[in-house]
Design a protein around this ligand. Structure first.
Ligand code: NAI
Length: 292
């Protein structure tokens, strides 16, 4: 099992920045890659603020925080990942885009490097098929926000080796996480169960059963969850929720996974939730007139 000294994280959005922070705080040297230099600036700011919050809560020392920021470097050049032991991809939830990236990483990364994907639902086996090293490809599905949420769902593709699994499991534990292991089927464990619930909440709103507030309050207090399903969708990103529902629908072939038209319409309109338009989504959902 390899000792991980250097990690590359691709995608500096809400997930990638949190994953880069975890690795940096664990004392690992990190390259954070994003095509968008503004995303890298936002990621650096959010990581700096987040580690300081951990210091002020007494959860890490100032020395660990200072070293974490020294461990972190940002780039838009994939070639900087040549010496990374593990590369974790956290870009857009699209199979074609991820496969293209993995094929590129296969060319750039050193032969022993493990290529992990933070995909929420896409087949690890199919992503691995874009590389010449499928035994070194694995799913490493962090929860949002990665620095806070305890779980990492590890997904084994058809060819993932035990050595790859053990290296990634040990690294996740070094990040302070608890792991669960899923076989490679659409949505894995968490999103197979969570996303149909969120989609159903959209259908409940769309068909005029209840207001957004009552749906969220009902689920929050009635099932003892920290936030309602619509608020959670807003937090995850509606584009991510829709992509996962499409993967479940196509991959499991059952109409019960059909994405709610209201969810589709919001994504078409660019109303993606907090990450893009803080209050807009909430306000617009309240204004939705249900027709049925
Ligand atoms: P995001 O939209 O916040 O960030 C994606 C970032 O990737 C953007 O900054 C974009 O500029 C960058 N990017 C896109 N293509 C790129 C490329 N070819 N090379 C380098 N950078 C590129 O997305 P988010 O929410 O962080 O999701 C990323 C992945 O994590 C997706 O696969 C998603 O399904 C998964 N995920 C998301 C969760 C969530 O709650 N949002 C939870 C768990 C997993």
């Amino acid at each position: 099992m390899a000792d991980v000294k250097s990690v590359g994280v691709i995608g500096g959005g809400q997930m990638g920045s949190g994953i880069a922070q975890l690795a940096a705080v664990a004392g690992i040297s990190v390259w954070l890659v994003d095509l968008d230099s503004e995303a890298l600036k936002r990621a650096t700011k959010s990581i700096t603020n987040s580690v300081q919050r951990f210091v002020s809560k007494g959860q890490i020392s100032q020395e660990v925080a200072t070293n974490a920021l020294k461990n972190l470097r940002c780039t838009s050049n994939l070639e900087d990942l040549q010496s990374a032991d593990v590369i974790i991809e956290a870009i857009v939830e699209s199979e074609d885009v991820k496969k293209k990236l993995f094929s590129e990483l296969d060319r750039i990364a050193k032969p022993s490097a493990i290529l992990a994907s933070n995909t929420s639902s896409i087949s690890i086996t199919r992503i691995a098929s874009a590389t010449s090293r499928p035994c070194q490809v694995i799913g490493m599905h962090f929860m949002n926000p990665p620095p806070i949420m305890k779980l990492v769902e590890i997904v084994r593709g058809a060819d993932t080796s035990n050595e790859t699994f053990m290296t990634v499991k040990t690294m996740a534990e070094r990040f302070g996480k608890i792991i669960v292991c899923s076989q490679d089927y659409p949505g894995f464990i968490v999103n197979r169960i969570l996303m149909p619930m969120i989609n159903e909440a959209f259908f409940t709103l769309y068909t005029g059963v209840a207001t957004k507030e009552d749906i969220d309050t009902g689920m929050k207090l009635g099932t003892n969850q920290p936030m309602g399903p619509l608020e959670l969708a807003d937090f995850i990103g509606l584009d991510v929720c829709l992509s996962i529902m499409k993967v479940l629908h196509v991959g499991l072939g059952d109409s019960k996974y059909r994405p709610c038209p209201l969810l589709v319409q919001y994504v078409d309109a660019g109303r993606l939730g907090r990450k893009r338009a803080s209050k807009e989504f909430v306000v617009t959902l309240v204004a939705v007139k249900t027709k049925h």
